[in-house]
Design a protein around this ligand. Structure first.
Ligand code: UD1
Length: 423
């Protein structure tokens, strides 16, 4: 249970290299299960979630080797089809092995993920999509057991453009008999990266990045080498942190086209944003202006940057209104921000933020990955030393956070909880 001690008041300044996208790498690792052979995935962030997905693959029988930021997965000897509770409860994205396992073995047994800190997060759309393709599901003893004697193509219309459901269905459909059409599909850049990886392995996929994806089943999969896209959420987090401290950073390798709406919101609140081929430069002189925004599936404003943006708007000039449309309970961290002197009221999925001139340090907790990132941003902008507990949440999603912040001039120090000595 590590805690981070952040001394606020320093402007972030300098360059930071953006890591590979967590939400892409996790799916590529899962997709490696689709067929035997060795795939090499480059630019994988060495963060806890990717290590957990490696453990899931190894538990299933795959061989996983890390060389710096390259992960080689040899899925030839996969024998088990079961993702155990211990791993799924640590990371919900473990359920993404469902599609590939069903496609390859006609069977999968995946522990039910249960609730998490940002809402109930159902998996009904994953199940309904796979059922349309001929899979049957039984839920018993905390496990979801899926079986299919040959998946077949189908037209699947999602009630909501769920990222995970689109991915699970897409990974199952690449080896189904016939053509699958996913309507109202998610369009996130990480999903496009997954499709590129699958196409590299021999899959036939059309329309990815649009609301209608068409997939023609095939069985000729080959190993592939693939480089993960940069993490737009990590890039957005550093951009927002720079603005919150009145600083200026260069996000090396970040892609402006993946952050269109975020960058235009930052410009609206007064930031100066320059997008080049090699990255993005973001800076803000003085105090941010209040802005309103709503979270929506891509290309809307990402829910994964909502908490960080709320931390920035806490000290903006004026009142901002934020509407969260993707997750039902993603304002729980607001109480933590208010403990640092923010003035935020929530009502259902709306939040009203009255900007205060300055936040003040306080002991706070990271409630999940992005809420934790928001606390770090608030702490960087606050008076005094803020202690952030439960940093393990943040470690799930950010590689070398302290080193990167320190290189940008921040004063941060990690304290590791010591096990009391036995007397
Ligand atoms: C992914 C990302 C997460 C991001 C989210 C939305 C990964 C590992 N995680 O999560 O960081 O915040 O996209 O951009 O990539 N829903 C249902 N039924 C379902 C599936 C989803 O009701 O079967 C609901 C969820 O409860 C949630 C909303 O749909 O309210 C969005 O979920 P989804 O897009 O599936 O997010 P994830 O894939 O879980």
């Amino acid at each position: 249970m590590d805690r981070l001690l952040v001394t606020g008041g320093t402007r972030l300044s300098g360059s930071v290299r953006i890591a590979g996208a967590k939400n892409s790498a996790l799916k590529l690792l899962a997709a490696s299960l689709l067929a035997s052979g060795r795939s090499a995935i480059h630019n994988v962030p060495r963060i806890q979630d990717c290590l957990t997905m490696s453990e899931v693959l190894e538990h299933l029988g795959a061989e996983v080797r890390w060389y710096d930021d390259t992960v080689e997965v040899d899925a030839t000897d996969v024998r088990s089809v079961e993702a155990p509770y211990e791993l799924v409860s640590r990371m919900r994205a473990s359920i993404l092995v469902l599609g590939p396992l069903l496609a390859r073995f006609g069977r999968a047994r995946v522990a039910m993920p249960g609730g998490c800190n940002i809402g109930s997060r159902k998996i009904d759309l994953h199940i309904r999509g796979l059922e349309r393709m001929g899979a049957t599901f039984v839920s018993a003893h905390g496990f979801l057991e899926a079986a299919a004697s040959g998946l077949r193509g189908a037209v699947i219309s999602l009630d909501f453009p769920s990222v995970g459901a689109t991915e699970n269905v897409m990974m199952a459909a690449v080896s189904a008999r016939g053509t699958t059409v996913i309507e109202n599909a998610a369009r996130e850049p990480e999903l496009v990266d997954l499709a590129d990886f699958l196409i590299g392995r021999g899959a036939r996929i059309d329309g990815v990045g649009t609301p209608t994806i068409e997939i023609e089943g095939t069985d000729g999969f080959t190993p592939v080498e693939h480089t993960v896209i940069p993490d737009r959420i990590e890039a957005g987090t550093f951009a927002i942190a720079a603005c919150a401290t009145g600083g200026r950073v260069v996000l090396e390798g970040a892609r402006g086209d993946h952050l269109d709406l975020v960058l235009s919101k930052l410009a609206e609140l007064g930031a100066d944003v320059i997008v080049t081929e090699g990255g993005i430069a973001v800076g803000l002189d003085g105090r941010a202006r209040a802005v309103d925004f709503v979270t929506l599936p891509y290309p809307g404003f990402p829910t994964d940057l909502q908490p960080q943006m709320m931390a920035l708007l806490s000290t903006a000039d004026g009142t901002s209104i934020v509407t969260e449309n993707v997750f039902e309970s993603r304002f729980m961290f607001v109480d933590e921000l208010n403990r640092m002197g923010a003035d935020i009221r929530t009502e259902g999925h709306h939040a009203v933020i009255r900007g205060v001139p300055r936040l003040s340090s306080a002991p706070v907790r990271a409630l999940d990955i992005r809420a934790g990132a928001a606390m770090v941003i608030a702490a960087l902008a606050a008076d005094g030393v803020t202690e952030i507990e439960d940093m393990y949440h943040v470690d799930r999603g950010y590689q070398d956070l302290e080193a990167k912040l320190t290189a940008l001039g921040a004063r941060v120090r990690r304290e590791r909880e010591r096990t009391p000595a036995l007397s």
